[in-house]
Every structure is written in C-alpha cells, then in structure tokens.
Write a protein that binds this ligand. Structure first.
Ligand code: MN
Length: 499
C-alpha cells in the first residue's frame, strides 16, 4: 500500500490587490479555515498545503514555478474567492507541469439575506471569479478537472479525493520502471506499443531485463526462505490437500515462492513498480510464474502477461489510486462468454495471473498442469471475484496516440461449480449489455487484456487520462455502439489537430 500522504496538493486561492488589506486578510482567514478543515478529511488522502493568496502576476508565476520544482507536489487546486483577473494567471499556467483541479466553491453556503451588502458581494464572488478563471484554462486548452459545489459537501470532497488519488498515481508514474522479462508474445499486435512515447507521455521507463538474470536469482534463493514464505501463504490462503503434505505439489509451491522472492529482489533493486513475463521466454525457470505474479500484484506491483507492459503499468497506477480503499485491482483478460438469452455474461480470467485482492473469500492454493509453455505444473491461487460494481480499463497505442477505454461492469456470483477450471476468475455483466459493450469495446480497438478494478470507478480513469493528456473512451449504461463509432471518428479530427 502506498502512503498517499507523501503527495502534496497545493491550494492556491486567487484574488487581486484591488480590494485593500482588510478584504485580503479576510480572504486569507477564510482560506485557512477551509484548508484546515479539508486537510482533516479522510476523503482527501493527500497532504493539502495552503499557499499565500495569489494577487499579482509575479506572485502567481512564482507559485507555479515553485510547484514545478517541488519534488512532492503532485497537483494544484485553484479557487477564486473573489474576482481574480485571469490575465494575471497566464504566465503561471503556461509553465505549470502539475495536474490542475479548479474548485468552484464559495466560503459561505447560504446567502445571508438579512445582512448582505456590497462588501459581502465583493468578498464572496467566486460565482463570477471562477468563470473568469475557467475561461483562461479553456482559452489555453489546459487539461483540468472542474469540481463545483459547497466545499463541505461530502460529494465535492469525494471528487477532489478521486482526483488526488489519480494525481498521486500520475506523480508516481513519472519515476516508474516496468521490468520486462522477455519480449511481447510473438505476433500479438495489441500488446505492442511505443515505449519512447509512453515515457514522454506517462514518465514510465519501459526496459528489458534478461530472464536469465531472474533464473540466476531464483536458483540462489535458499530453501529456508521459500519455507518461511510458505508459512505466510498458510496464514493467508486455504491449501489444497496435495499442498499440505510433502510431494510434487508442495515442491511446486516452494518453487513459486522462490520465483516470487527472486522477482521481488530484482524489482526492488531497480525501484520498479511493475513487470511483465511471457510464457515464450522462461529459460531457466521451472514454471510459468503464476502464484508469484498473483502475490506481487497483491503487494502493489503492476503485472502484465505476454509482455503487456501497458496494462502492467496501468495495474500499478490503479494500485496507487486504490491505496487503502476497499476492493481490489488486478490484471484481467476477457476469456469466454455465456450467451444464454437474458443471462449474457463474460468470464474473465488468465492462465494463472489474477490478483487475490479482488477475491470474494480466502483464495485456495492449488497446483495443476498448464497446457501451454511446456513447463512444470505451476502453483496458483484459485478464487471467484467478489460480486459488485467494477470497471475494466485498458490502454491501447493507436500509432499516433494512446487511447484509454473503460467499461463499467457488474460482477455477479458464480453459481455453478467449475471443477475442471482451476484458475481465478470473474464473471461480469458489462454495461449497457454484453452485445453493446463488446461491439463498443471492439470498435474502440480495446485489448483482450485490461485492468479490472473493483476498488475504483470510471471517474478515476477519466481523471487520470485527462491529466496525462490522452484520449478517454467510456462505455457505460448509456453507450450506443453506432453513436460511439461516430464520436470516435469526430475525435480523430481533434487528436490530429492537437499541437
Ligand atoms: Mn493473455
């Protein structure tokens, strides 16, 4: 779990020097009351830092320059307590490199009917100050989130909190490494992508490490270390009877424990938050990493199978967003459908690598053969995903840009036994329905791989895409595939015209 308090969010309150010291002192006093109250609210997971009231172009430009240079500053929140002519903001906004949230609120909730006078009107005029402020963001084509409403309203705070979590993931990504063990699966198109562009756009350093290095570390892990880790497994997971006693199954689990320890030591040595594997390049490893990948995802690392580094980084980013929230985040794959009329659903799984954070109950540790990869029987955790609302999110490279596609789903209980399918799985009804969802997803070019998040909503991925400056495509209850196809074609013009 990431400590989100290490990320600072600067609250910059705008005014101007026209009103005199007394009014500006009142603005500053109100700002302190507001900032102190917001800072205490667990809905806002980051550290809120109140800055001096912004009243001149040079003060504003310096504030943004300082924010750019501040290592822990992950985002900026602006609010215009009074009118604050926004030409004053141009130089500051022009150099800003941090995600921006424009909070459109007001210190007082109610109009003080009996006592209101023109002094009050001048002091509390965000209703027009924030419109002037929003104009300059739009004019400068700045990416931002606008949150309107009374600052004590829990939903206003929730939406600021969502944005903070996304900004934390964005900030974390600027110094993030994905370790690729082996290349992408041969001939697969959608897991490919421009790694240079990914680093320019997201900050992600996508580089390769030899699987031989992993195999060497694996071989050096002492048996005792694997036995100790097995003790931790016993506390967290239910053991299949074959795993409880010594024999091939237990040995397979011990091998996965060694793979987990070897992977973790390499990831931590490089400061990497995510990794990929491929079953086509396992030279020197006894099994396809299954349990090891599940365990590392559970600890917050991103994972992508078959070399899918984009989803791996996105899993990690979503893990940062979801830090401390109920529910989970996992790598996922659309596998097979149930097409019975009226009960259409999709069964998601992978060969092995699904994160136990999305499980509905204690996962079960089992060992079974795997008909792909030509390696020994891998250990894996088997479970059904918890029912409830979730989202699937994916990132594709269209050649000239990245596109994020998000589909809301309702995960349902699996009522039938699947004795012959010993893998972790999730059964969901996508919104608006399986037909329109899958047509929309396919029209948008969505992958078979995705990030499954029961801890997050579409709003998170939208905020994150906005701050990264990439295209966002939403598939939900109101989506019509024909309409979406038109919208995607119109959007092509927008993206082609972007500087
Ligand atoms: Mn796959």
């Amino acid at each position: 779990m990431v400590n989100l308090k290490k990320f600072e969010f600067w609250l910059i309150i705008g005014s101007q020097d026209l009103y005199g010291d007394k009014a500006l002192e009142q603005v500053a006093a109100n700002a302190r009351v507001m900032a102190e109250d917001l800072a205490k609210d667990p809905l806002l997971p980051g550290t809120l830092v109140l800055k001096p009231v912004a009243i001149t172009p040079s003060v504003i430009r310096r504030l943004f320059a300082d924010a750019n240079a501040a290592e822990n500053c992950a985002g900026i929140i602006t609010w215009m307590h009074t009118f604050s002519p926004s030409k004053m903001w141009i130089q500051g906004l022009a150099i800003n490199s941090k995600p921006l949230l424009h909070l459109h609120t007001q210190f007082n909730r109610d109009i003080p009917w009996g006592s209101i006078d023109m002094d009050f009107m001048n002091l509390n005029q965000s209703a027009h100050g924030d419109r002037e402020h929003g104009y300059i963001h739009t004019r400068m084509m700045l990416n931002r989130k606008v949150v309107a409403g009374f600052w004590k309203d829990p939903d206003v705070r929730r939406r600021i909190g969502v944005w903070m979590r996304c900004a934390a993931a964005r900030h974390d990504g600027l110094d993030s490494v994905v370790m690729r063990f082996g290349d992408n699966m041969r001939e697969v198109a959608v897991t490919e992508g421009d790694k240079v562009d990914a680093q320019i756009r997201f900050g992600w350093q996508v580089n390769t490490w030899g699987v031989g290095e992993l195999a060497r570390r694996y071989a050096e892990i002492p048996n005792g270390d694997a036995e100790t880790l097995l003790g931790e497994y016993a506390e967290r997971y239910e053991f299949d009877p074959a795993v409880k006693t010594s024999g091939p199954a237990r040995n397979a689990v011990l091998e996965q424990a060694k793979i987990e320890l070897a992977l973790k030591s390499l990831l931590d040595a490089e400061g990497a938050g995510a990794f990929t594997t491929t079953f086509q390049d396992l030279h020197g490893l006894p099994q396809l990493p299954g349990l090891a990948c599940q365990r590392l995802m559970e600890q917050g690392y991103g994972f992508g199978a078959e070399g899918d580094w984009k989803q791996s980084m996105l899993v990690h980013a979503a893990k940062v967003m979801a830090s401390g929230l109920p529910g989970g985040v996992s790598f996922m794959e659309d596998y097979t459908y149930h097409l019975e009329p009226g009960k259409e659903a999709a069964l998601g799984a992978h060969m092995l690598e699904i994160c136990p954070s999305i499980s509905g109950k204690k996962p079960r540790l089992e060992v079974h053969p795997l008909g792909i990869g030509g390696k020994a029987d891998p250990a894996r955790l088997v479970f059904d995903a918890a029912p409830g609302n979730a989202v699937l999110a994916t990132l594709v490279d269209l050649g000239s840009r990245f596109r994020m596609i998000v589909n809301e789903v309702e995960t349902i209980k699996i009522n039938r036994k699947m004795h012959q399918l010993p893998v972790a799985r999730a059964l969901w009804k996508p919104l608006p329905n399986l037909r329109d969802s899958s047509e929309s997803w396919i029209i948008a070019g969505g992958t078979h791989h995705s990030v499954y998040a029961s801890a997050l909503t579409a709003e998170y991925f939208r905020d994150w895409a906005e701050m990264c400056g990439i295209e966002y495509v939403h598939i939900g209850s109101g989506t019509k595939p024909d309409r979406l196809q038109d919208e995607l074609r119109w959007a092509q013009g927008y993206w082609n015209s972007k500087p």
